[in-house]
Design a protein around this ligand. Structure first.
Ligand SMILES: [Zn+2]
Length: 436
């Protein structure tokens, strides 16, 4: 996927380092000059017929059967092939953009057949002696690279990410990582910057997808937040620079990009009832169907209609806490279900007494509503002491890189490095030039 770059992107330091894996997947390299397959490294049951004829094509708006018939392949062959495919892939799920690769012998019998439904999904069929096919899903080996980028906020994070040519997915990841500290609707100010170090996956030099964010730093006008990805031997988590997990007991808001439309107040003039009454929660406006997620781990104690709340979900949490999610269009959990923090429990709607689509988010302690903004955000467990040495090493390397990205005075060489560590050592050297 070509990445576009603009004036802003060019000023930002951006570089990629490849960590090259051996291509261990079974497969053939087709030499278009000779019209033959190089079978080096292929699996044991691969055939090696030197007179193979190969055709490649896209399904377009045909059935696979119609496509194969156009190459004069017999119906019996096609039937045997599709029968062998059944346990692995159902051709009724074919799409026009799917591609195929057929290898036939002198008698126009299929020896090998490859079917590609995406850059990550490929199926291969190899003729067996009994006339059937051995079909399996190919293991795709991707080349992992590490990329680093800075986003400068003008109006919103989403826009900043999109303008730099990156996918919306990166914005979502940033929002998720910092969800416990930054309300991305209220907090960002023009000029705030976010540096991220993240994984990128390529196949044969072509971009396939982004991986996880390895480190990020939000440099805001008021405060700075850091996040480092670290595996504690069991889970991949994000921690601050001291090893404290960024996940807290409650998420700040129950929708990703919800806009606060009404705050918690003891006395509010109600737009529908036309009189003053307390507003026991916070309203977040979002379009109908927006996922509403649980702000903490808990158990569903109510799921259904309840007066002015309309369709409502109530979760019970430890220490007497409850959270309410009202005016939903759809309830996705039922009474008794256990939910995890961040799990989608319902969708935004405008059921009950409301003037527009929003989620009414309420927090109660021992049955009494409290201001959700004052909920104590207790932290999950910090890293175990024996992991701290390794953690500090990771923090040191990644944060150095992130800080260098944010520090415009530092210009870094753009040449690709062979792995993540050599990128860090490069940054370290440049940072210290002139200090000796
Ligand atoms: Zn409300």
């Amino acid at each position: 996927m070509p990445r576009k770059s603009n004036g802003i992107a060019q000023r930002l330091v951006f570089y990629l380092i490849g960590v090259f894996f051996l291509f261990a997947c079974p497969g053939f390299a087709f030499d278009s000059q000779k019209g033959q397959y190089d079978t080096t490294g292929s699996v044991a049951d691969s055939i090696s017929v030197s007179t193979n004829v190969v055709v490649e094509g896209q399904l377009n708006h045909r059935t696979l059967c119609a496509a194969l018939l156009s190459y004069d392949i017999s119906e019996a062959e096609i039937l045997a092939l599709s029968n062998s495919f059944k346990p692995v892939f159902d051709f009724r799920c074919s799409r026009p953009k799917d591609r195929y690769h057929i290898c036939v012998d002198d008698n126009n019998r299929i020896q090998k057949f490859v079917y590609k439904t995406s850059p990550l999904d490929e199926y291969e069929a190899i003729k067996r002696d009994d006339g059937g096919y051995r079909v399996y899903k190919r293991e795709i080996v991707l080349n992992r690279q590490v990329a680093a980028k800075v986003f400068t906020i003008d109006t919103s994070l989403c826009k900043a990410v999109a303008e730099s040519g990156e996918t919306h997915e990166i914005a979502n990841q940033i929002v998720e990582i910092f969800a416990w500290d930054i309300d991305f609707y209220l907090y960002p100010r023009k000029g705030d910057r976010i540096a991220v170090v993240f994984e990128r996956y390529y196949r044969d030099g072509k971009y396939v997808k982004n991986g996880k964010i390895l480190a990020a730093r939000y440099a805001g006008s008021q405060k700075t937040y850091s996040a480092v990805n670290f595996n504690d031997g069991q889970y991949d988590e994000y921690y601050d620079q001291d090893g404290n997990p960024l996940k807290k007991m409650f998420l700040r808001i129950p929708v990703k990009f919800g806009k606060m439309t009404s705050s918690y107040s003891i006395r509010r003039f109600h737009p529908v009832y036309k009189r003053y009454k307390p507003h026991t929660g916070i309203d977040y406006g979002a379009s109908i169907g927006t996922p509403i997620f649980a702000t903490a781990n808990g158990k569903v104690t109510f799921s259904g209609r309840k007066g002015g709340y309309g369709k409502l979900i109530i979760l019970k949490h430890p220490n007497g806490y409850q959270t309410y999610y009202g005016h939903c269009s759809k309830l996705l959990k039922k009474k008794g279900d256990l939910v995890e923090q961040g799990q989608v429990v319902a969708r935004v709607g405008m059921t009950g007494v409301t003037t527009g689509p929003h989620v009414h988010y309420e927090v109660r302690v021992n049955g009494k509503p409290i201001n959700p903004n004052t909920v104590k955000k207790s932290r999950a467990k910090p890293l175990r002491p024996e992991l701290m040495a390794e953690f500090r090493k990771v923090v040191h390397q990644r944060m150095l890189l992130v800080n260098n990205l944010l520090d415009e005075k530092t210009s870094l060489a753009m040449s690709p490095r062979e792995n993540e560590n050599s990128l860090y050592s490069l940054v370290w050297k440049e940072k210290n030039v002139g200090k000796e």
